[in-house]
Ligand binder design. Structure first.
Ligand SMILES: NC(=O)c1ccc[n+]([C@@H]2O[C@H](COP(=O)([O-])OP(=O)(O)OC[C@H]3O[C@@H](n4cnc5c(N)ncnc54)[C@H](OP(=O)(O)O)[C@@H]3O)[C@@H](O)[C@H]2O)c1
Length: 320
């Protein structure tokens, strides 16, 4: 496992991380989740991603019990705030009230004294940026979080937060967490990457397999028990279109020639970008985790010719 600095900060994260969305506290049982965390840690993963809204807080509770079996100093734990998790008009968003109440709730569920990284899960147009940046700075001064970041913010919003921090001697965001994968790449490459590179902000990217579609597992239909088969995820079923499956088939040919799997190809393609501090993966089984970890070795072997073939497979397909 290789480790990369989180942007310009001194924090080092494994270039592959494990996240808990859909899986922890919901799709998979607790022993499986704990087994995934243990195996990840044994394989060198040190960064585990979470959010207060995942499985209505259960994902944090399960992860909290899983990390009890590991040295706290050896892991980097993140969670997020923004979604509606509490009663009343102030039970969501990025007001000082909701952020403060949410960090306490997340720390209790994760049963830890501090979070290594705390993300603003989305931008909140109803809260002044000064209030968000100063609240995050206070949480760092209080030792409740060590670094803070944004998720799915536009580049101008990241610039705004950074500028306010510099103007008022507050602590700027260290990291942005966007969706980034072979299908969904334009916004990140054209807008976020140049800004984050310039400001020294790291990128921890999510959904590298486009919810599993880039693995090729949906090429012949929807397997029982897969994410797209789950009742609440019809929006993923809607994304399994003939156009996307056609691209996945072409990518699979490239992967076969390289003697890697389509999943490894998709993750390796992201890891080749130096702006990326870490790819946050998801897994519902140990075999998936082990397969995906193979991408760390695969990306070092990708040549310019391979990259050209990957882009040729994508053709004009471009989501955003
Ligand atoms: N900040 C945000 O707004 C945001 C949004 C989304 C995700 N995230 C973070 O990013 C993490 C990863 O996102 P994601 O779960 O969407 O990632 P993903 O890699 O696009 O999808 C992961 C899912 O694909 C399937 N899969 C994974 N590896 C596989 C393999 N080798 N072969 C076959 N199937 C495989 C599994 O689902 P099945 O086995 O059920 O098919 C797995 O749960 C999340 O856990 C979360 O921490 C953040």
């Amino acid at each position: 496992m290789h480790y990369r600095r989180l942007g310009r900060s001194g924090l080092k994260v494994s270039e592959i991380s494990l996240g808990s969305w859909v899986t922890f506290g919901a799709q998979i049982d607790e022993p499986t989740a704990i087994g995934l965390i243990k195996e990840s840690y044994n394989q060198g993963i040190n960064f585990f991603d979470n959010a207060d809204v995942y499985a209505n807080g259960l994902a944090e509770e399960v992860m909290g019990r899983a990390i009890k079996e590991l040295p706290r100093q050896g892991v980097v734990i993140s969670s997020k705030v923004f979604g509606a998790t509490m009663p009343g008009i102030n039970g969501k968003g990025l007001s000082r009230k909701h952020i403060t109440e949410s960090i306490h709730a997340s720390l209790t569920r994760l049963d830890t004294d501090y979070l290594d990284i705390y993300f603003c899960h989305r931008y909140d147009p109803d809260t002044p940026i000064e209030e968000i940046v100063s609240t995050m700075t206070e949480l760092i001064h209080q030792g409740k979080i060590l670094y803070w970041g944004t998720s799915e913010w536009e580049s101008w919003q990241v610039i705004e937060a950074y500028g306010v921090a510099r103007e008022y001697n507050l602590i700027p965001p260290t990291v942005e967490q966007p969706q980034y994968n072979l299908f969904h790449r334009k916004r990140v490459e054209d807008s976020l990457m140049p800004v984050c590179r310039e400001l020294g902000i790291g990128l921890t990217t999510f959904s590298p397999l486009y919810y599993g579609i880039l693995t090729g597992k949906y090429n012949e239909g929807i397997p029982q028990g897969s994410r797209a088969s789950l009742e609440d995820y019809s929006w993923i079923r809607d994304r399994i279109t003939p156009e996307r499956i056609e691209v996945v088939r072409k990518l699979t040919e490239v992967a076969n020639d390289l003697k890697i799997t389509p999943s490894q190809l998709a993750i390796a393609w992201i890891l080749r970008r130096k702006e990326v501090s870490c790819v946050i993966t998801g897994a519902s089984r140990l075999e998936q985790l082990d397969e995906n970890l193979g991408a760390a070795e695969a990306y070092e072997r990708l040549t310019e010719i391979d990259i050209d073939r990957i882009f040729a497979s994508l053709g004009t397909y471009q989501e955003s």
